[in-house]
Design a protein around this ligand. Structure first.
Ligand SMILES: Cc1cc2nc3c(=O)[nH]c(=O)nc-3n(C[C@H](O)[C@H](O)[C@H](O)COP(=O)(O)O)c2cc1C
Length: 183
């Protein structure tokens, strides 16, 4: 089972990217998590450019999504929503609508998780966008409210309760993906 991790932050020391790496430590045997590192290279969405062949960075994103059994998002909140570059990448990923790699395929799950300081809007917005695209979004999600204090010296979540909640998000995600992969 392959999980693609997508961080909404381009920052080199991003809490969200770190959260995905912590999530990778909770995977069951046989499950791999690849953190996608192509977000910065995705050009602005332009319907004129959205023809065959798509820009290389977009094709790479679509291929990575297509090869994944599940997608785990970790995103900051920027001004009450998801960062524009993440939304832009999701706009590219959503086309062509009827065959997009997040839509209609029973093995696609996306579980929003985030590391941020106020726990509401970005998660709800990401859920709305993914649902509109046609992804099946799991109920489980995790809000990490105080990002600067959230990690201990070893890079794990300092709050044991949050670490357990993250493990639950990850287990739910690959549990569903594995069930369908076997079906
Ligand atoms: C442009 C910008 C807008 C932000 N807007 C919000 C916001 O609306 N709500 C919030 O809680 N935090 C907001 N923040 C704080 C970030 O969510 C926070 O710094 C987060 O940890 C960044 O994630 P990262 O560590 O993965 O880069 C904003 C930060 C930036 C740079």
């Amino acid at each position: 089972v392959k999980v693609l991790g997508i961080s909404g932050s381009l920052r080199s020391d991003s809490h969200n990217t770190r959260l995905l790496r912590v999530a990778a430590e909770h995977l069951a045997p046989g499950v791999e998590l690849e953190v996608w590192d192509g977000l910065a290279a995705v050009p602005p969405y332009d319907e004129d450019a959205d023809a065959e062949p798509a820009p290389a960075a977009v094709q790479e994103l679509r291929d990575a999504l297509r090869e994944a059994d599940a997608v785990l998002f970790a995103t900051p909140e920027y001004n009450g929503s998801v960062p524009g570059q993440l939304k832009n990448a999701l706009d590219w990923a959503s086309r062509p609508f009827t065959t997009n790699p997040l839509r209609g395929k029973p093995r696609r799950w996306s579980a929003p998780a985030r590391a941020c300081s106020a726990p509401v809007w970005a998660q709800a917005e990401l859920r709305k966008v993914l649902t509109t695209i046609g992804a099946r979004v799991l109920e489980d999600e995790l809000a990490v409210p105080t990002a600067d204090d959230a990690f201990d010296g070893d890079g794990r979540l300092a709050d044991g309760e949050q670490e357990r909640a993250l493990a639950q998000v990850v287990a739910g995600l690959h549990g569903h993906a594995a069930e369908l992969a076997a079906a």
